[in-house]
Write a protein that binds this ligand. Sequence first.
Ligand code: PHE
Length: 340
Amino acid sequence: MKEKIQQIRQQIEEGLASVSLRKSLFELKMKFLGKTGEITALLKGMRDLPPEERPEMGKVINSAREWAEEAFAAREEELKKAELEDKYASEKIDVTMPAAFSAYGTEHPISMVRRELVDIFAGMGFEIFEGPEIEKDYYNFQALNIPADHPARDMQDTFFITEEFLLRSQTSSGQIRVMEKKAPPIKVLSPGRVYRSDSDATHSPMFHQMEGLVVDKNITLCDLKGLLDEFARKMFSSETKTRLRPSYFPFTEPSVEVDVSCCDCHGKGCRLCKGTGWIEILGAGIVNRRVLENCGVDPDVYSGLAFGMGIERIAMIKYGINDIRLLFENDVRFLKQFKD
Ligand code: PHE
């Protein structure tokens, strides 16, 4: 029996030296100390011994069991420590390494220009009004003095949803919606998407406009000119000048086309301004009496000025973009060039 125990001890010692995983250590432990393990079997075998041998053998086997338990526990501790050290080594972070690169986006040039426009006009006391993109024929055309079959509709052929509803072709519809709701004095800016059946390098079937409307007593073209001068200086450069040319819109009378002095050549003439020194940026005018009447505003007491510009157009002039489609292709190589 003592020999057997000696053998077991030796087997355990060899086994402990060769295991390196806690799982195999547990298996080894079960082989000797488990329910059907070898040491357990020795203890169970005690009942077959003659009673006088039992106390001594009991001592020997028990001390072997205690020794084995301690040996397994000690090895388990060692393995635990080693595993932890491996883990620390594999998860070690060098905090002095440069951070992993993560791509970040930039604001879209249209959003940038829109924000800039809002900032400039908000600084002059304008409020923002955003009208619906699916608009009634009445707000987009009729109330703006463009009745059915008026030839001015041709310039703004749009997408009709029903006879009555269409995708708005201009943010001027916002003028009517604001004047219907609010009595003068009015000073609003109405940015948003508009739609037209149009598509080439400078026209897109969907684009963005920014409408401005001021209604008060004694509003004249002088106010319009002063307002736009201030806007052009802030948007382009402090030297930028504006000029008004006669034009036609059914909802303004008189109507003007507004040019700014070329920001590239400062009026000398270059490719951007096609040699003229001037670049057209928006349409504007004094609100037609009929439009005021349509909204219940007395044209003998109040007058108004209105202007409307294409946000893409401003962005293209400001950043020298020659094809409007670049703004909608979502090519990040193009988009990331524009930063504040
Ligand atoms: N809505 C006009 C257009 O889209 C621009 C405009 C706005 C003209 C306000 C005059 C006054 O062409």
